[in-house]
Design a protein around this ligand. Structure first.
Ligand code: MG
Length: 250
């Protein structure tokens, strides 16, 4: 079967420990929450003093394409913009557990619907997608909503701003741990969008896939941040992370 009247699918596999299917068209839509603070359209927030800045608005020197070559996205006016068909780009820096800050804006000119409107994505370690989508008055399958752990878990709320407005992700990422070729501690993520909690310490089932159940394949303890080219001119700015430290360290 193809697309349903409601966006999503009814012929995909069941998600483990869930009554819902991957991209389930009948899963409840996340409730809409209007963010409480004004979008900072002019000034990007400054990074904390110990942050590793991945993109400061000037150039893509810290980014490469999937083959390790020069990243071909557009940079202007303090932001980068997906150059459709240029492909995903990834940070040269690789890291694991972190606090990650990403600002993004979907296109002002609204085109398409569901997954075709303002689609991009933030892939932790290049494998685990937190969805970026224009979900302002744009229904889609719930596990593909903005802030969804794509194909696994919808966000607790839909706190999208209007198309073209800057939006803020603050993400706490705990990388998966592997031993003897198996996952012994799944990845866990906490996500805020525009100050609204979307996930709290939520376990991931595995790496992101489409229409299938994600699985873990062992990988290094550090990986790049990857941003998705889904052929929509989504913008990003002010991207930084702080490695997570332990308590009581000298
Ligand atoms: Mg995406």
């Amino acid at each position: 079967m193809a697309e349903q009247a409601k966006p999503g699918y009814s012929d995909t596999p069941l998600i483990p420990n869930s009554k819902y299917r991957v991209h389930d068209c009948d899963r409840p839509q996340p409730r809409v929450v209007t963010p409480g603070t004004e979008s900072t359209q002019e000034a990007a927030g400054a990074a904390p003093s110990d942050a590793v800045v991945l993109f400061d608005g000037t150039d893509l020197s810290g980014w490469v394409d999937k083959d390790g070559n020069e990243a071909k996205w557009k940079v202007e006016n303090g932001y980068m913009e997906v150059a459709p068909k240029a492909g995903n780009i990834k940070s040269v820096a690789e890291f694991g557990d972190c606090q990650l800050h990403v600002e993004w804006a979907s296109p002002v000119v609204v085109e398409g619907d569901s997954q075709g409107r303002g689609n991009s994505g933030v892939f932790l370690m290049g494998k685990y997608e937190i969805q970026v989508l224009d979900c302002f008055e744009n229904p889609t399958y719930p596990d593909g909503t903005t802030g969804g752990i794509y194909g696994q878990c919808p966000p607790l709320a839909n706190s999208c701003r209007k198309p073209g407005e800057w939006q803020v992700y603050d993400i706490i990422w705990i990388a998966p741990r592997f031993e003897d070729g198996k996952v012994v501690s799944p990845a866990r993520v906490t996500v805020f969008l525009n100050g609204v909690l979307l996930h709290h310490d939520k376990e991931l089932i595995g790496a992101t896939t489409h229409k299938k159940v994600g699985e873990y394949v062992p990988h290094a303890s550090a990986g790049p941040l990857e941003l998705q080219d889904h052929k929509n001119p989504v913008r990003f700015r002010n991207i930084w992370y702080r490695p997570l430290g332990a308590y009581d360290q000298e």
